[in-house]
Design a protein around this ligand. Structure first.
Ligand code: UD1
Ligand code: MG
Length: 425
């Protein structure tokens, strides 16, 4: 069914205040890029037909990220980057004949949720609005555009750098999310000027234009100001990471996951965890993962994304797991690296086991398979690609370079000698 709403996501800016070689929107929070959060929230609403991501600064990297990960999104180049209003105008040719609503978001505000976007769009539709702006209130509104009202009516948005001392005191700010009746608002983009302190074409100037044209303009005031935190510096990035983590941890605690120390535990938003699992202090979980019920994770464990754990799995201290499936009742309790692996149920992975998955010269990653019931002795290296059969036993200290049959013992070590009276005294 045609949804009649498209999204424009602004992601072309340099992000000067990040002081980074990397494009701002590709900075990550717990393994996912800022732009990824925004695109995921948009897609999860299930209301958006297509997203246009405006790219400019390091356009190649940002475009690659979008096209590799999001089928419903395409990129539009803005070069040079002359401001947020200029950025949106880049899509005008593509949307020449589009009739419907346009949702605009900033790629640097990753904490927005699909629930809020849905309510925002519904509000816009119920009000039969031509132009709806999302606002919120910050005790410290520095750096945000201020919402200027005449009575209840929005009359303009004034940027921090253009604001008078009186305007700077206003705590209601522009969240950077807008919904437009495209056919009505589109002509405004050709009228924007760059007559302001930054010499930029501001998107926010569509408000004062809309007022002049007597359009139906509305403000949607968002109570939870944390959702629209814009990331402009590394300090903002650290704050957003902390806020998102707290929300994620609270959700898991409500769902019956025990998190012993919420302060030192980091869990990505895309990690599912079953009830009665216990997460011990100083655990760091990034990317997309699925952890079963009644598992014990940590203390000091690192789960790096693409990890699926069954029920009753133990991942203990100083264990790192990446892109691996581990079935129920398997333990890897101490000092282990498991990467690109598939491990069956009832396996014991001894302390100090390493899956050697990476060829430094070819950059190739290879897979380790460990079948049900196998026992991997401590300090073993499993050189991938390699397969360990069901109930096979790997002797402690073995470097495994060949597949091991079911129920076989593989052991490779220099025979131990005892030299008596070695110490002369
Ligand atoms: C912007 C808003 C401000 C709002 C704040 C919310 C304007 C003029 N100001 O300010 O009112 O309170 O967001 O977070 O819109 N970008 C482009 N092309 C450009 C310039 C920017 O695509 O030429 C993109 C950036 O990559 C970024 C987004 O637009 O994702 C916002 O730009 P940014 O420079 O961060 O604007 P703010 O100062 O945060
Ligand atoms: Mg910003």
């Amino acid at each position: 069914m045609k949804k009649n709403i498209n999204a424009i996501i602004l992601a072309a800016g340099k992000g000067t205040r990040m002081k980074s070689e990397q494009p701002k929107v590709l900075h990550e929070i717990l393994g996912k890029t800022l732009l990824g959060y925004v695109l995921d929230a948009v897609n999860k609403t299930d209301l958006i037909e297509k997203s246009f991501v405006i790219v400019g600064h390091q356009a190649e990297d940002v475009s690659k990220f979008v096209t590799e990960n999001y089928k419903t999104a395409s990129t539009v180049l803005q070069s040079p980057q002359l401001g947020t209003g200029h950025a949106v105008s880049m899509v005008c040719p593509e949307l020449e004949n589009f009739e419907g609503e346009i949702l605009i978001l900033c790629g640097d505000a990753p904490l927005i949720t699909e629930e809020t976007l849905k309510k925002f769009i519904e509000f816009h539709k119920n009000k039969k609005s031509d132009l709806t702006v999302m606002s919120t209130v910050y005790e410290n509104p520095t750096n945000y555009g201020r919402i200027i009202r005449d009575g209840d009516n929005l009359t303009a948005i004034v940027e921090e750098k253009d604001a008078s001392p009186a305007q700077k005191k206003i705590k209601e700010v522009n969240a950077g999310i807008y919904c437009l009746n495209w056919q009505k608002i589109k002509p405004v983009f050709s009228k924007l000027t760059n007559n302001n302190s930054q010499g930029e074409y501001y998107l926010t100037d569509i408000i004062s234009w809309g007022v002049k044209c007597d359009f139906n303009i509305n403000v949607y005031l968002l109570e939870d100001n944390e959702e629209v935190l814009g990331i402009n510096s590394k300090a903002d990035l650290a704050e957003a990471t902390k806020l998102l983590n707290q929300k994620t941890i609270n959700k898991h605690l409500e769902n019956g996951v025990m998190i012993v120390d919420p302060v030192t535990t980091w869990i990505s938003a895309d990690t599912q965890i079953g009830s009665d699992t216990v997460i011990y202090p100083s655990v760091y979980v990034t990317g997309k993962n699925k952890i079963g019920k009644n598992c014990h994770i940590g203390p000091f464990a690192h789960i790096r994304g693409g990890v699926e754990l069954g029920d009753n799995v133990k991942i203990g201290n100083f264990v790192e797991v990446k892109k691996s499936k581990i079935a129920s009742n398997t333990n890897a309790c101490h000092l282990t690296y498991i990467g690109d692996s598939e491990i069956g149920s009832d396996v014991n992975v001894g302390a100090g086991t390493i899956t050697a998955n990476y060829n430094h010269f070819t950059k190739a990653k290879s897979k380790t398979v460990i079948k049900n019931g196998a026992s991997i002795g401590s300090n073993s290296v499993l050189v991938a690609p390699v397969e360990i059969g069901e109930q096979a036993v790997i002797g402690a200290g073995t470097v495994v370079t060949k597949n091991v049959e079911n129920k076989a013992l593989a052991v490779a070590r220099v025979p131990m000698k005892i030299i008596e009276n070695y110490v002369k005294s």
